[in-house]
Design a protein around this ligand. Sequence first.
Ligand code: FAD
Ligand code: FES
Length: 290
Amino acid sequence: MKHPDHRETIALEAAEVISHQAFDGDQYILRLQAPECATLAQPGQFAHLSCDPMLAMRRPLSIMRVDAEKGWVDFLYKAVGRGTRLLANREAGETLSLLGPIGKPFTFDPSRPRALLLGGGVGIPPMVFFAEHLKNSRDSQPLVLMGSEVPFPFTGRPSRIMVPGMPDGVIAAMPLLDDWGVASRLASLQGYSGCFEGYITDLARRWLDEQNDEQRRQISVYACGPHPMLAAVAKLANDYKLSCQVSLEEYMACAVGGCAGCVVKVQTPEGAAMKRVCVDGPVFEASTVF
Ligand SMILES: Cc1cc2nc3c(=O)[nH]c(=O)nc-3n(C[C@H](O)[C@H](O)[C@H](O)COP(=O)(O)OP(=O)(O)OC[C@H]3O[C@@H](n4cnc5c(N)ncnc54)[C@H](O)[C@@H]3O)c2cc1C
Ligand code: FES
């Protein structure tokens, strides 16, 4: 069944929980059987999930991975309030309602093929999806930097992929990406082994400083994370004259464009305009929102 307002681009599915893994820091990876969403989804899009039959409002979660052949969709989320805590109780074999995929995805900029992907906390999932997409399409050899102040929902390991320009000792990578041949590095203020001690924007600056002008002209930035991080990313992109897209996380009600509950002010060629994060975003050009 499809949502009528979106001309067959958003599916409504009864999605079976395939697996649900808990990690430190109240983090969970949820795999749902949702074949239509798995087929349609693009990196940067999200799904609106009904967390529990007793909770009327759905909650939005970014799509982290899909397998269109097998029909599953993965989410990584942190339990922060009523909805996500109820979601954390759902077990394999149960069914929940999924509306998705929703929103404008990231758009790869082929004129700047060196993609720098920055994911902070629960902003990591869309970066994993985008990294896999770029790897498969062979458009880019992305570099993915991830930051977290709670333990990462995977065990970082020393990377097998050299990244020229990385500070000495910054060797921890996400195993999944490393196995794909996608370079990644981790950052945290918590002193985790092999991670850069600081914010990912500081690590990105250290790496960018080691690139020459010609190399920097090839770089585009794509980011998702908490608002202060995205503001720092927008400044970084401005300082180094890089193109930059950011994915925003706003409070959402309907998530299909009908209630204007998620509007943000965006600069357009015609001046400032109010845009809905759910369907006009969540991905925007950083320079238009910061
Ligand atoms: C497009 C989009 C994609 C998202 N992707 C993910 C994801 O992949 N993983 C993930 O863990 N979370 C993600 N979120 C945030 C997630 O939707 C919220 O954490 C969730 O809705 C909180 O619901 P709750 O009932 O558990 O908490 P609530 O009781 O509603 O809130 C608990 C706390 O979370 C804060 N909060 C609630 N909603 C948001 C929000 N949208 N943005 C910032 N802070 C919020 C509140 O200030 C409060 O402190 C995404 C949000 C959006 C809009
Ligand atoms: S949440 Fe209703 S318009 Fe965006």
